[in-house]
Ligand binder design. Structure first.
Ligand code: PEP
Length: 262
């Protein structure tokens, strides 16, 4: 059965905000959304704080029944054992974490995560009841050499190699050249690649799963451009980095449906 895709706005804080700052931030974000009468049934909002903030944020979300989902920025591909510094998906699951980012370009570049490692982390997320937000995207060099879709499509195929077709996943198309650069893709570029990724999901998972899987765009998303991405038929939300650290800006991105002209 094909399910309607609820848009998802996901805020990746990267290595910003300690646990005390995160509590203040989440309280203010929730007040802002409540004041604006944001309805989480229409647009889901999720935040991805650093590991050390997760327990504090989870306690706050639970206690105040906030309509925010919790995500982690990475996980180990192992569930336990001698892996100093790594974080198990089982531990994240215990903290009521729903989503986990896998294969972010910063992990692929700085931590040299290969497609195989990404696939193994996607499998670990699934095994532990977490929904992986699988990041794919081409560098400026890839774009010039191979065009916009080839690298993201190949990365997606590799990432899903070890999970069953029934696994819930979210895909995030993040052109590396657009991340943190202030130079977002055009809505048309984003649509083109997101459509190619959805076609790949049809091949890998079947038509129904592809139709219900959310494909996000990420890369210099702001309040001023989110509505134009969300008008595209294959863009189901955004993975937001820098702009997710500004409460008013992030709340406005979440409330894109209220923007003039949408
Ligand atoms: C990201 O890092 O996933 C991202 C999209 O960053 P920014 O929004 O700052 O470009």
């Amino acid at each position: 059965m094909v399910t309607a895709r609820r848009p998802l706005i996901a805020g990746n804080w990267k290595m910003n905000l300690d646990h005390l700052q995160s509590i203040a931030f989440v309280q203010k974000l929730a007040w802002n959304l409540k004041d604006a009468k944001h309805d989480a049934a229409t647009v889901e909002a999720a935040i991805f704080p650093p590991f050390t903030d997760l327990r504090s944020v989870q306690t706050l979300i639970d206690a105040d029944k906030l309509e925010l989902e919790l995500g982690a920025q990475d996980l180990s591909d192992n569930d336990s054992g001698a892996f100093t510094g790594d974080i198990s998906g089982a531990f994240l699951s215990k903290l009521a974490v729903k989503y986990v980012i896998v294969g972010h370009s910063e992990r692929r570049t700085i931590h040299l995560e290969s497609d195989e490692v990404v696939a193994s982390k996607v499998a670990a997320a699934h095994r532990n009841g977490l929904v992986p937000v699988v990041c794919v995207g081409e560098t400026a060099d890839d774009l010039e050499k191979h065009g916009p879709s080839a690298v993201p499509v190949a990365q997606l195929k590799a990432a899903l190699a070890a999970v069953p077709s029934s696994a819930e996943i979210v895909v995030a198309y993040e052109p590396v050249w657009a991340i943190g650069s202030g130079q977002a893709a055009t809505p048309d570029q984003a649509q083109q690649v997101c459509a190619a990724l959805r076609a790949t999901l049809v091949d890998l998972l079947g038509a129904d799963a592809a139709a219900s899987t959310r494909v996000l765009y990420g890369g210099s998303v702001k309040a001023s451009n989110i509505a134009s991405f969300m008008r595209e038929p294959d863009v189901d939300g955004a993975l937001v980095g820098g702009a997710s650290l500004d409460i008013t800006e992030f709340a406005s991105i979440i409330r894109y449906q209220n923007h003039v002209g949408v």
